[in-house]
Write a protein that binds this ligand. Structure first.
Ligand SMILES: Cc1cc2nc3c(=O)[nH]c(=O)nc-3n(C[C@H](O)[C@H](O)[C@H](O)COP(=O)(O)OP(=O)(O)OC[C@H]3O[C@@H](n4cnc5c(N)ncnc54)[C@H](O)[C@@H]3O)c2cc1C
Length: 366
């Protein structure tokens, strides 16, 4: 783990193969393609369990494979597409990534510029995708791309774009990894800027109906956001538990740090917040499993997760003193890794914007 953090990449094919062999990459995916056909509560449990890994980068990479790049493919992909890309992703033979964000459009998903023109039976894709997790190793990308004219919510499609030929093989002609992006946290996870220059992909690699990509992606985001909330429950709990252990043995002013009521109260409050997020996430999951639209609750859970990923490690780090400011400290790693939660997968303000609409405070677009 520490070696992967230092290398700023982890061996995704090797790790995913191990997970695939255990059946852990397809818990909620159709049995016909090697999944287990379980309901979404199992994904939430898996995300929570990944919090035992003492870094954020590896769980996030796994979450991309299971809950961000594959839900729409599993739900709307053709049999051919699912056999070629979903089944190997579930088996751990292929690594996937999700390509929504671009240099000019992150929060404003409708504003993406990547473009696919039709040529015979193919799409010919040009554009850029930025911040793409797993993209230095991924075999394929679930790419949101403009495939037509018209309103921005109805002119996009999700297309499976093969990035590489075999494990770590040659890049598809026209694809260039422009840059590996270095980050303040999530070090073991590789993040890339990818260029597409006239990349030829069969039109039958499109997921579902043409022009429905924005809608499919918004649905896919619900699972991504539930996953994001669930994935920090265990790691935040660890952060508090490590800090309690530390405070109980750290001596100062003739007592332990944990004897200070301020420390006791701050940690008790932090754990109360984490348990509140757990309850909110489980409630959203319960309704999602029951077939309800959970846009509002999933957005609330994602927002709360973003907030707590900043406040809890910050509270804990303070009590470690200088030790908390060292690179090798586990709480310091959480402090860096957790900062992403308020930005990635929809920033806090995007969640608040959704809530303002679902609560009827802000006007919905006509
Ligand atoms: C480590 C990492 C991994 C990522 N992995 C992926 C991936 O695998 N695939 C992918 O497609 N993308 C990925 N992303 C991209 C991520 O989803 C975007 O960074 C995010 O959506 C924000 O977009 P942006 O960076 O373009 O910021 P912008 O959209 O420019 O927003 C900047 C800031 O503006 C504020 N803001 C936004 N909207 C509003 C509003 N309505 N009102 C007020 N303030 C607002 C927010 O504070 C936001 O942080 C990743 C990002 C990072 C950093």
């Amino acid at each position: 783990m520490d070696e992967w953090e230092a290398a700023e990449i982890f061996p995704a094919h090797e790790v995913f193969k191990g997970l695939g062999d255990l059946g852990l990459l397809g818990l909620t995916k159709p049995e016909a393609h090697g999944g287990m056909g379980l309901d979404y509560s199992y994904s939430v449990l898996m995300a929570e369990t990944l919090g035992f890994i003492e870094c954020g980068g590896v769980p996030m990479a796994i979450g991309v494979q299971t809950d961000m790049a594959t839900p729409a493919l599993a739900r709307f992909g053709s049999e051919e597409l699912r056999a070629a890309f979903l089944a190997p992703a579930i088996a751990g033979d292929m690594v996937s990534c999700i390509g929504v964000s671009e240099p000019g459009a992150g929060s404003d998903v409708a504003g993406i510029r990547s473009w696919a023109r039709k040529d015979g039976d193919d799409y010919v894709i040009s554009g850029q995708k930025m911040w793409i997790t797993n993209s230095l190793q991924a075999d394929w990308m679930c790419m949101l791309v403009n495939t037509g004219e018209g309103p921005a919510h109805r002119n996009k499609s999700l297309v499976i774009v093969p990035l590489r030929d075999g494990q770590g093989g040659r890049l598809t002609p026209g694809i260039e990894v422009a840059r590996k992006i270095r980050k303040i946290g999530m070090h073991s996870s590789d993040t890339g800027l990818i260029y597409f220059d006239e990349v030829r992909v069969p039109q039958r690699y499109r997921i579902g109906a043409e022009g429905q990509g924005f809608i499919y992606q918004m649905q896919q985001f619900q699972e991504e956001r539930l996953w994001a909330a669930a994935s920090c429950l265990q790691s935040l709990t660890h952060c508090i538990d490590w800090t309690i252990e530390w405070a109980q043995q750290r001596k100062l002013f003739g007592a332990t740090l944990a004897d200070q009521q301020w420390v006791q109260f701050k940690l008790a409050e932090a754990m109360t917040e984490v348990q509140s997020l757990r309850a909110l996430t489980y409630r959203a999951c319960e309704l999602y499993v029951a077939g309800q639209d959970v846009l509002e609750l999933a957005s609330m859970a994602k927002l709360k997760a973003g907030r707590l990923n900043r406040s809890v490690p910050d509270t804990c780090l303070q009590f470690w003193g200088g030790m908390g400011y060292t690179l090798e400290n586990k709480v310091a790693r959480m402090f860096r890794d957790g900062r992403l939660a308020s930005i990635g997968g929809g920033a806090d303000e995007v969640m608040l914007g959704i809530l303002a609409k679902t609560m009827g405070i802000a006007k919905r677009p006509q």
